[in-house]
Design a protein around this ligand. Structure first.
Ligand SMILES: *Cc1c(COP(=O)(O)O)cnc(C)c1O
Length: 497
């Protein structure tokens, strides 16, 4: 049976999976969502014997129904190969009585690789299926990790160009170096004088700009998105939650049907939404715990039912979660409204106009699968230090936020179900903050000199991705003001009037 996709803001929209991937965003500014959430076909008993790639096929075929088996398997095999430093792709590591689902074994050592290794293949396959001949231009705003993972995924993929925007002072040294040293004749990266939300709003405005779309189409280009709003990002993320559950079963850490909780360090709400979709597919997941840093707009939302982005934006040591507009939350709002596109549209328009909306008590009740917690900078550091002292396991700042929230949730609720924490980045990616946490204090100095120290402390080998940037040449130098983003894109594409 074919699964179609509609828009969170307009129930008249009806497209195939490949069309949704190709477009990225619905024409009305809404996000594509499946008309219904499919159930897992295979049993956990079967899935626990599967490799990551086989699990990926099992999950993704339910969502991308207009792809043939061969097409989908080709995409999967091109994505999850030796770019990952372990055959398991997403290993589950037990530390004390908690399980860390390590999603950082790909090319850029953060969880964005899980989806961005496959998105370019899904996208070019989708273009072929729909006879779209324009060159695909990927526009992406990044808080640090998406940008590099997207550049790496799209580099030299035929028929595509990619332009990434990042906040000049909002990413770590390693993240910035990873981006500005990226090779590939079709990649560009621009540092903007602004924050991530401004970068994301600027990109969204370009997607909604019909005049710009026509101008580009005349030159043989079409925009698409690699941001986590693309369902081609979301669907591959469901896979590792199914895989994690199956591994727990395989290792006899849980019994068949036993419920577990999932804790996710959250920014744009893509990763945790994927966990929720996995639950809807039938994976025995009880609580979905949403962990935030000081930018705790989601925590406040789950507490009060009011989403309010009117607050100071704080730069933290977990920059990939420094977000005040969590785009993917719109898909949850849509589900909570009973798939009411008019209501979702109204709330999102309120968000745009007033920066704030409140959901009805009934909708709030629909969100009761979610728990929320947050921690500040001190709590993040303390968690890294304490877990290391107790167990020798070194985690990155984002994972530490989740780990802290997980412990607090257990303590407050008394809920002793097994917890899987989405471990979203390698500690090497945030070496300065991690070493500061381990050593208690830190002198200013070159972040890169800390890498060998981390290697010593963690007893884990420095990832290839880090070794690669140490002596790579800087290839990208463009900077611009927020207001100049559109002109910069035109210049890069050579479509300046
Ligand atoms: C992107 C990112 C997150 C947040 O994930 P969302 O899907 O945006 O909620 C958390 N940690 C790291 C390291 C990331 O790169």
């Amino acid at each position: 049976m074919e699964l179609h996709y509609t828009s969170t803001r307009n129930s008249d929209v009806r497209v195939t999976a490949s069309q949704a991937i190709l477009k990225g965003l619905a024409p009305d500014g809404g996000l594509f969502v499946p008309e219904s959430l499919p159930s897992l076909h295979a049993s956990m008993e079967e899935i626990k014997e599967m490799t990551y790639q086989e699990t990926a096929y099992e999950v993704m075929k339910q969502f991308l129904t207009d792809f043939t088996e061969e097409e989908l398997k080709t995409c999967i095999n091109r994505a999850y190969d030796s770019k990952f430093d372990t055959e398991e792709i997403a290993p589950l590591v037990k530390v004390d009585d908690t399980y860390y689902l390590e999603l950082f074994h790909g090319a850029t050592i953060a969880f964005k690789d899980m989806a961005l290794s496959i998105l370019p293949h899904l996208l070019t396959m989708s273009a072929k299926k729909n006879q779209a001949e324009d060159e695909i231009v990927i526009l992406t705003a990044t808080s640090g990790d998406t940008g590099k993972a997207a550049m790496s995924g799209f580099a030299d993929v035929k028929g595509t160009k990619i332009i990434v925007f990042y906040p000049k002072n909002g990413v770590s040294k390693v993240q910035e170096l990873q981006m500005v040293t990226q090779k590939g004749s079709n990649v560009d990266v621009v540092a903007i004088h602004g924050n991530f939300d401004q970068a994301q709003s600027g990109v969204k405005a370009m997607f909604e700009d019909q005049e710009l779309a026509e101008e580009l189409h005349a030159r043989g280009y079409r925009f698409s998105s690699a941001n986590s709003i693309n369902i081609g990002r979301l669907v591959p993320q469901i896979v590792y939650y199914v895989y994690a559950y199956a591994r727990l079963l395989k290792y006899e850490e849980i019994e068949e049907g036993e419920q577990i909780n999932i804790v996710v360090p959250t920014g744009n709400f893509g990763n945790i939404l994927a966990a929720y979709y996995a639950k809807q597919m039938g994976v025995p997941i009880d609580r979905l715990v949403c962990a935030s840093n000081t930018n705790k707009v989601l925590f406040d939302f789950f507490q009060s039912g009011t989403y309010d982005k009117n607050r100071d934006f704080v730069l933290t040591s977990s920059p990939s979660m420094d977000i005040l507009i969590s785009s993917n939350l719109e898909r949850l709002i849509y589900l909570a409204s009973g798939e009411d596109a008019d209501e979702t549209k109204r709330l999102m328009e309120e968000l745009k106009a007033a920066g704030c909306y409140t959901v009805s008590p009934k909708m709030q009740e629909m969100l009761s699968d979610f728990e929320a917690g947050y921690t500040d900078e001190e709590g993040t550091k303390e968690t890294i230090r304490n877990v290391y002292k107790r167990t020798g396991y070194v985690m990155d700042t984002h994972t530490a936020v989740a780990s802290h929230v997980c412990e607090e949730y257990k303590r407050k609720s008394g809920d002793m179900k097994k917890c899987v924490i989405a471990s979203t980045a390698s500690p090497y990616k945030f070496v300065h903050s991690v070493m500061e946490a381990l050593e208690g204090s830190m002198e200013e100095g070159d972040e890169l000199e800390l890498l060998p120290k981390l290697q010593e402390a963690s007893g884990t080998e420095m990832p290839q991705a880090v070794k690669d940037i140490l002596d790579a040449r800087i290839l990208h130098h463009i900077e611009c003001d927020v207001e100049q983003m559109k002109n910069t894109v035109k210049q890069i594409l050579g479509v300046e009037a």
